[in-house]
Design a protein around this ligand. Structure first.
Ligand code: ADP
Ligand code: AMP
Length: 215
């Protein structure tokens, strides 16, 4: 089984590119952010514990994240490839993932690192919304549905905005990224993993072609 990591700051386009990779190549995406939001929406114990933490842009305990990852891997043991989105987010999480994969005699083949300038990240996050039915990601500045108010993918007419996509929380999320998440790249480098830098400032399809060319 292949294991790929899609890496980058909040708003760099990880979710957008992951969905395209999933559709075209049939690899399965595990987005810890999506899993946590699903728990919150379902009102589960995990969701209740995490809702405020996520809304503030902070990180829930690793025990919760690791449980979600292990459940996902157990359910998807038949997958030909897994793409990790939003995980690992700390060096501790990266150590955990490498240990878990080593135990399973597997490894990370590629880390796709999407680079985007900070001022663009803020605009992308503040403009983000998604289809409430299928989760397709849109942006009021960069990618609106072709018919206003109607999802291009499933035709639904209701959309949602993430609880953490507001100005105050974005500052915390950027700080968490710089302090806790960016060091994961050095950790991967020290372990000689294959890290590929992609220019995430380009339009969605151009970014996708860059990724396809390296996979
Ligand atoms: P992440 O998962 O890294 O937080 P998303 O994939 O949700 O990022 O993208 C953040 C926002 O930026 C979304 O509103 C999305 O539509 C938009 N976006 C993603 N990639 C691009 C791009 N290459 N150019 C312009 N806007 C983009
Ligand atoms: P994302 O969808 O990746 O932008 O994640 C949204 C929020 O979910 C983050 O700001 C965190 O609060 C939480 N989250 C997602 N993935 C993780 C993770 N691997 N570790 C800790 N918190 C996470």
């Amino acid at each position: 089984m292949k294991h790929l990591v899609i890496f980058g700051a909040p708003g760099s386009g990880k979710g957008t590119q992951s969905k395209k990779l999933e559709e075209k190549y049939g690899i399965r995406v595990v987005s810890t952010g999506d899993l946590l939001r699903a728990e919150v929406a379902a009102g589960s114990e995990i969701g209740k514990t995490c809702a405020d933490i996520i809304a503030q842009g902070k990180f829930p305990d690793n025990a919760i994240i690791f449980k979600l990852i292990e459940l996902f891997l157990d359910k998807n043991s038949d997958a030909k490839g897994i793409l990790y989105d939003g995980f690992p987010r700390t060096v501790e999480q990266a150590e955990y993932l490498l240990t878990l994969l080593t135990q399973r005699r597997e490894m990370i083949q590629t880390v796709i690192n999407i680079g985007v300038d900070e001022d663009v990240l803020i605009k992308r996050i503040s403009g983000r919304f998604a289809c409430a039915e299928c989760g397709e990601i849109y942006n009021k500045y960069f990618k609106t549905p072709s018919t206003e108010g109607v999802c291009d993918v499933c035709g639904a007419e209701n959309f949602k905005v993430r609880s953490d996509d507001n100005e105050e929380t974005v500052k915390t999320r950027m700080m968490m990224y710089e302090e806790a998440t960016a060091p994961v790249l050095d950790f991967f480098r020290d372990r000689d993993l294959n890290i590929i830098l992609v220019d995430g400032m380009q339009p969605v399809d151009v970014v996708f072609h860059q990724i396809e060319n390296i996979l």
